[in-house]
Design a protein around this ligand. Structure first.
Ligand code: DOR
Length: 438
């Protein structure tokens, strides 16, 4: 099968190029304004931008075990809608993905149900070091150094020292200091105001755990990725750390702050908690100056019924995978960043951090994971049209400028937006993500 995407503004690592992109099978075969060849399909992309498909390196898709909240079929359709062609999923499913066998099971499940490309982290526990040492077909190791949804906490210093000393895969961690969180829970016991969440999971909790993790990684010379950075102070720590340390930020930490609790209540209850307007600004600046390289969503769906429980019982987490690209393109429309920076933060950088083969760039020989953008299209996020199984978004009612209008996964078009309707082709599934390290 040959497809020609003509007259696109192609976002390459060398800048914007007016060109046609030829797809042959699952690969990009040529990038040239004057391609003359017989094709099966031709798409006129005049006026639109072609980006490398997004790689979201932090999602919770709840499959298996919590499929009343989300499952791979819904979540991967949400990905296709949002221009996310590959995802890396966290291990706090049920059972927790903490062995090679359970990683293999998830890969097998995804091969039958995921419309986009898939990869799964192996989760650390206090006693699965041997599994972590030999794991393959996985981007890396996830450690919950602070507890969040699920029971994957690893807080013991000796255990952490051994994981950093004896494994080789890149480690990523949820950094909120457990002792600080527990002490704050005592102090604020009995409070039912949702804003208490940001007082319990406060700046100090995030900074202590990030500092501890960077210290472990630096002493053991181990590649380490700080997940969902939420404070200006962590940015300071990361900016002076060695280049073994990479970091990411999520849209909710860029765009929500404690002033939004009055309006959105528990919908924005997240771990790490949302912080202040000052932190929003520092996180955006860290993207612009390169201190933070990656944007991921931490897509963490819970049903609206679960979220409506009173604080503190309401669970932490919000869905975002189908809107993250539009949220960032909206910043392009406001001249806060460029479309090339968005491609770098959401595709090229995660491919580099996680050693992903042949993705993250529009280059000849790379996988044809592509997303076509209409930078002028204005649409409102609407709960009724969300593809995620939990069917809500904390950005419901927000109008954004700049949306994905077509998505290709391994050369196959899986989504097109036509006359305001999203149309999906679910006749074939995505592929297992391959890594340079295994
Ligand atoms: O708020 C969160 N919810 N943060 C996480 O890190 C996990 C997530 C979940 O799985 O619900």
């Amino acid at each position: 099968m040959k497809t020609l995407i003509k007259n696109a503004k192609v976002v390459t690592s060398d800048g914007l190029v007016d060109a046609a992109v030829l797809i042959e099978g699952s690969k990009i075969a040529a990038i040239d304004p004057a391609i003359q060849t017989q094709v099966d399909r031709s798409v006129d992309a005049t006026g639109h931008y072609l980006l490398p498909g997004l790689i979201d390196d932090q999602v919770h898709f709840r499959d298996p075990g919590l499929t009343h909240k989300e499952d791979l079929a819904h979540a991967s359709r949400a990905c296709a809608k949002g221009g996310v062609t590959s995802f890396l999923e966290m291990p706090n499913t049920i059972p927790n993905a903490t062995t090679q066998k359970l990683i293999n099971d998830k890969l097998e499940l995804a091969s039958k149900t995921s419309l986009v490309n898939y990869g799964f982290y192996i989760g650390a526990t206090p006693d699965n070091l041997d599994e972590l040492k030999t794991a393959v077909r996985t981007p890396g190791i996830k450690i919950f150094i602070g507890s969040s949804t699920g029971d994957l906490l690893v807080d013991n210093q000796d255990t952490l020292e051994r994981i950093f000393a004896e494994t080789t895969l890149r480690i990523c961690a949820h950094c909120e200091d457990e002792a600080t969180v527990r002490a704050n829970q005592e102090i604020f016991a009995g409070q039912t105001d949702i804003a208490t969440h940001s007082k319990i999971r406060n700046h100090e909790a995030a900074v202590i755990a990030t500092k501890r993790s960077i210290d472990l990684a630096t002493r053991h010379n181990h590649p380490f990725h700080v997940l969902h950075v939420s404070t200006a102070d962590e940015v300071e720590l990361i900016s002076t750390a060695s280049n073994l340390i990479t970091a990411e930020v999520c849209p909710h930490h860029l765009f929500f702050n404690v002033d939004d609790y009055d309006r959105l209540g528990s919908q924005i209850k997240m771990n790490p908690s949302i912080k202040t307007r000052h932190d929003n600004a520092a996180l955006f600046k860290a993207l612009l100056d390169g201190t933070i390289e990656v944007i991921a969503t931490d897509h963490a769906p819970h049903t609206l019924e679960e979220k409506a429980k009173p604080y503190p019982e309401c669970p932490s987490g919000l869905p975002a995978v189908e809107n993250s690209l539009a949220l960032m393109l909206n910043e392009v429309s406001k001249d806060r960043c460029t479309i090339n920076q968005v491609a770098s933060w959401m595709s090229t950088a995660p491919a580099r951090v996680w050693d992903i083969k042949s993705k993250g760039r529009i280059e000849v020989g790379y996988d044809a994971d592509l997303v076509l953008i209409d930078l002028e299209l204005k649409q409102k996020i609407d709960n009724a049209t969300q593809q995620t199984k939990c069917k809500w978004s904390p950005w419901h009612g927000t109008e954004l400028t700049g949306w994905a209008i077509a998505t290709w996964v391994m050369g196959r078009q899986v989504m097109k937006l036509e006359h305001g309707q999203y149309i999906f082709d679910e006749t074939r599934m995505g592929s297992e993500i391959l890594y340079e390290h295994s």
